[in-house]
Write a protein that binds this ligand. Structure first.
Ligand code: ASP
Length: 587
């Protein structure tokens, strides 16, 4: 080994020992007591001193060092002189007094300095990812990622799960996104699809009797990217036989408690809170509510109907909803301009406007709309909203969907601006019993809210035929801090129900046979009741690391335009390759 210790290891107990460190030159300073170099590796940083008494030759050699040169330094460990210890650094009480230096490899002048405080622009970081990955923040996150995945694997191993790999080259699995396709050379005109998830394989594994399957699985979805999405991402994917929804959730509860303890050193109270989809929409306007803070939505449609305020009265008369929230003690935080901005936010979610009231001593309501409310309404509003002087009340009058979107947007914004939660705090909960189907806006037909293999609740089976829109699924989403961190369902294990659901989704018998014949067949060979879930590992890492950009949690991520700036993928290929694949490019 070239080194005897890492750059994060030396402490006062090593004083007097001769050691060799190897690493990258993080920074260097030349001053009175000699030349000082901070040497960095992924374990930390150690101060190296090239003192004048070590000899002119060594000093000369040390003076040629530049940022990011890779070197090995041998010397003796000493306490730093009194008053110069750096207690912020774990190695900060000691230094290495150099006796010899080996240049292992020089470096070109790096376009970004891994040791610098300021974070470089993201394009530069992605292009020179190997330099960016040397930054201690990135190294911490990737080590955390490793720890999280290791904890997950250990947990499931202890619970009798086995990890089974499923193919990358397969048939399309409908998870609602566009497929990445791979042309077949051997079968002209045919294509494999990269998995959007291992969904069908894991169900087949249940039919095959592997009753507890888990996999750290790569998934591919060709969809428009957002800050928290990547075209290829990693799921913790699992499936269990002979279970009901509660059993799967309990298993994940245990995992979250284990992670919280192992990663954050914090106990997590179990069971995690559970609420239905309908309740989540009613109380928070969203199916992945951020429960780190309150600001619950309150319905005032009945008061609106009785009031004289036109926007309120008309919405109520049209069968719409009037809902709002109370931001406690926020009245003083919003000037007229601030309130205009909140109204702008509401409009960006489709609301026609925002009705606001400041609660003043009395308590009474103050705002341009207050005097138009009509007799007695203000007092009832104050009571309904449990308002105190100093509070700010915000209302949206519209369809249920628009009130959900706009108030959810406002709630999120207020939570952030008013700092209603502690940074670093994770709140985990479940949202359950999602609708089976949602309306496809374009075709007017039904689409699967989760995926087409999701089982309805047993008590809703009849609704499949009579009123699919009211049919609720045995589905559950894990929500952390307002993000959907995972989702799963109990599956259909009866091929006739599966056919019926395909039918509702507009997949006729012939198409179903062609695309999923293997599944429909398998369901007829003794398929056990089964269900499972998948967690987005990138997202879970992001939340545990307290970050807000998923790309910072992945070693080699893609940009928002699905490109890799380092390798320059996607790239062009040789015409011969296209020919072999029977593919012609039409642009
Ligand atoms: N395959 C699903 C998904 O990727 C998860 C599941 O239902 O287990 O969202």
């Amino acid at each position: 080994m070239i080194r005897t210790h890492t750059c994060g290891e030396l402490r006062p107990e090593h004083v007097g020992q001769t050691v060799t460190l190897a690493g990258w030159v993080d920074s260097y300073r030349d001053h009175g007591r000699g030349l000082f170099v901070d040497l960095r590796d992924r374990y930390g940083k150690t101060q190296i001193v090239f003192a004048p008494d070590a000899g002119e030759e060594l000093l000369q050699q040390a003076r040629t060092l530049r940022a990011e040169f890779v070197v090995a330094v041998t010397g003796s460990v000493a306490l730093r002189p009194a008053g110069t210890a750096n207690l912020k650094l774990p190695t900060g009480e000691v230094e290495l007094r150099a006796r010899s230096l080996r240049l292992l490899n020089p470096s070109l002048t790096p376009p970004l300095q891994p040791g610098a405080k300021e974070v470089p622009g993201e394009d530069l970081r992605l292009k020179y990812r190997y330099l960016d990955l040397r930054r201690p923040e990135m190294q911490r996150t990737l080590m955390l990622r490793h720890r999280i995945i290791k904890t997950m694997r250990d947990y499931f191993d202890e619970h009798g799960f086995i990890e089974i790999e499923t193919p990358m080259l397969g048939r399309s699995t409908p998870e609602g996104a566009r497929d990445y396709l791979v042309p077949s050379r051997i079968h002209p005109g045919k294509f494999y699809a990269l998995p959007q998830s291992p969904q069908l394989y894991k169900q087949i594994l249940m039919v095959a009797g592997y009753d507890r399957y888990v996999q750290v699985a790569r998934c591919f979805r060709d969809e428009d990217l957002r800050a928290d999405r990547q075209p290829e991402f990693t799921q913790l994917d699992l499936e269990m036989s002979f279970v009901e929804a509660d059993d799967v959730m309990n298993m994940i509860d245990g995992l979250m408690a284990r992670l919280s303890q192992a990663i954050l050193n914090r106990p997590l109270q179990l069971p995690l809170p559970r609420m239905t989809y309908d309740e989540a929409m009613e109380r928070f306007g969203h199916d992945a509510p951020d429960l780190r803070f309150g600001l619950e939505l309150v319905d005032i449609t009945d008061l609106a109907a009785a009031s004289e305020l036109r926007v309120f009265r008309e919405a109520a008369a049209a069968g719409q909803r009037v809902r709002g929230l109370n931001a406690p003690q926020a009245a003083a935080s919003y000037s007229r301009k601030g309130l205009d901005e909140l109204a702008e936010t509401a409009r960006s979610f489709g609301a026609k406007g925002l009705v606001w009231f400041r609660v003043e001593a009395g308590p009474t309501l103050a705002s341009p709309s207050a005097k138009n409310l009509g007799p007695g309404i203000a007092a009832r509003l104050i009571e309904r909203m449990q308002a105190q002087p100093g509070d700010l009340l915000l209302f949206v009058a519209d369809t249920f969907e628009v009130t959900c979107k706009a108030l959810h947007g406002l709630r999120k914004l207020l939570g952030e601006t008013l700092k209603l939660y502690e940074p670093g705090h994770l709140h985990c909960s479940w949202v359950v019993e999602f609708p089976m189907f949602a309306r496809d806006e374009e075709t007017g037909g039904w689409t699967a809210m989760h995926h087409p293999f999701t089982s309805p609740r047993p008590q809703d089976l009849e609704l499949l035929a009579s009123d699919p829109g009211r049919c609720r699924a045995q589905a559950y989403d894990l929500v952390i801090n307002g993000y959907e961190a995972g989702g799963g369902t109990i599956r259909i294990h009866d091929s006739s129900i599966q056919q019926q659901v395909f039918g509702l989704l507009g997949i006729d018998a012939q198409q179903a046979r062609q695309r999923f014949g293997f599944l429909l067949d398998a369901l007829q060979y003794g398929a056990p009741p089964h269900g499972g879930i998948a967690l987005g590992i990138d997202r879970v890492v992001m939340l545990f690391a307290g970050l807000d950009n998923i790309r910072d949690c992945i070693a080699f991520p893609k940009t928002q335009r699905a490109t890799d700036l380092m390798t320059e993928a996607p790239g062009e290929v040789e015409p011969r390759q296209l020919q072999e694949l029977h593919v012609r490019v039409v642009t």
